[in-house]
Design a protein around this ligand. Structure first.
Ligand SMILES: Cc1ncc(COP(=O)(O)O)c(C=O)c1O
Length: 419
């Protein structure tokens, strides 16, 4: 039986991961050997010398800035469309975020906008491979090199993606990744820094080693949530459980999933104390190793689904589909279309069983959190206003994809006929 009900995402967390988590939380082994094995395997996977596990990507970015001696008086170029936590933690480090615009359809840093944002105080640039789309790294790295600027790659949404055959994260001076439950691989919270620089890796490792171990309660909570997500998004369970909850929530003016996985956008006056409980645990590394072994396969499924949507949604009236920089090999963490009447499209798709989201990225270039650093980016604003993330996750099958294409087409036609 086919219900035609499509969840916005499916977790990479598996039953095997749940069993591993249960075993290692009940009987925790020594942490360091497993963590080192995961770090070595991850470094090899990306194609760099060092990988160091951190509790979050934002803290990873903070530590990368510190390790490069980037601080007060220095400027870092950050794309206008990004996750608030990155410019926020830059401010905590005393660094000035300078926002530069993104490509309207690529959603990633526009190299020309980056170059225009450079001043004598610019010390680093953060090419953010947003939505699984690698930036134009050739141009960004060559501009950075010419100006003596460090390249810190944000791979939070692109673990495993390639640019011209090499993994993102291996191009810049350092990179960071994050492994939350909604990402393409998970370590039950946790993140990673990669770099070829011995000194930078050593400094970051020393800070992490000096902290307290991450509480196992956090991993336990994530494992339970991961398992619940796995069950709730199963094709036989979702139509009868989570889908009606989302539909009802929306009728009541709420998005239950956004509420569960979103977080308040804040500035950190100082580094949160919880950041010091940061030493990764064996259970996180063990799950990470299992996930890493599967991530290329899951990314390939995403890419297959994404290319299908690229082909089949390209000519839908009034709908804008994504574009990708030359040489980018995207992993389609999100498939982001634009529509002038985005909210109407979202409602029309929900009626057709397709759950979508407006996502968590914000236009930070013109945001109440950063009034001192306001530097409006027209494309970031336009994307924020019109973007809609349609499902592209690896659990979609051919029937889902066909259903979705038909749903988007008919929804756009319906909207076109109503004022
Ligand atoms: C592009 C991007 N950068 C950074 C982050 C921050 O990651 P973390 O929550 O691990 O700090 C996220 C989180 O989703 C993200 O999407």
């Amino acid at each position: 039986m086919y219900f035609g009900r499509i969840p916005r995402f499916s977790p990479s967390f598996s039953l095997k991961d749940a069993l591993t988590s249960a075993r290692l939380i009940a009987h925790p082994p020594e942490d360091a050997p497993k963590v080192q094995e995961f770090e070595r395997t991850f470094a090899r996977f990306i194609g760099v010398k060092h990988a160091v596990m951190t509790p979050s990507a934002r803290y990873a970015f903070y530590l990368i800035l510190k390790a490069h001696g980037i601080g007060p008086g220095d400027e870092v170029v950050i794309p206008g469309l990004t996750y608030f936590a990155i410019p926020s933690i830059a401010v905590t480090a005393g660094v000035t975020p300078v926002f530069a615009d993104v490509g309207l359809r690529s959603h990633v840093l526009d190299p020309a906008a980056f170059e225009a944002a450079i001043t004598p105080n610019t010390r680093a640039v953060v090419p953010t491979h947003l939505y699984g789309t690698p930036c134009d790294l050739d141009r960004i790295c060559s501009i950075a090199r010419r100006h003596g600027i460090k390249v810190i790659e944000d791979c939070a949404q692109s673990t495993g993606a390639r640019y011209k055959g090499l993994r993102v994260g291996s191009f810049g001076d350092a990179a960071y990744y994050t492994f939350g439950l909604t990402k393409n691989m998970t370590t039950l919270t946790g993140a990673m820094v990669t770099t070829d620089d011995d000194d930078v890796a050593e400094r970051i490792r020393a800070t992490i080693d000096a902290g307290a171990p991450a509480p196992l309660a956090r991993a336990r909570k994530e494992a339970i949530t991961g398992l619940a997500m796995k069950v709730a998004t199963h094709p036989l369970v979702y139509p009868l459980t989570l889908h009606p909850v989302i539909v009802l929530g929306n009728k009541l003016g709420d998005d239950p999933i956004h509420d569960r996985f979103g977080e308040p956008e804040v500035l950190y006056a100082e580094l949160p104390k919880s950041f010091q409980q940061n030493r990764p645990r064996a259970v996180q590394a063990a799950v990470g190793l299992q996930q890493l072994a599967r991530v290329d396969g899951l990314n390939a499924s995403r890419a297959r689904n994404g290319r299908f949507l690229d082909d089949h949604l390209a000519n839908v009236p009034n709908l804008t589909v994504p574009e990708y920089p030359e040489g980018a090999e995207p992993i389609y963490m999100s498939f982001v279309v634009h529509h002038e009447r985005r909210d109407d499209l979202m409602a029309a798709l929900r009626k057709r069983g397709v759950d979508t989201t407006t996502g968590y990225m914000n236009d930070c270039s013109d945001h109440p959190l950063f009034p001192k650093f306001r530097r409006p980016c027209a494309n970031a604003a336009e994307i924020k206003r019109t973007q809609l993330h349609v499902p592209v996750h690896p659990s979609l099958d051919e029937r889902d994809l066909a259903h979705m294409v038909e749903a988007v087409r008919s929804a756009c036609l319906e909207i076109g006929r109503t004022p």
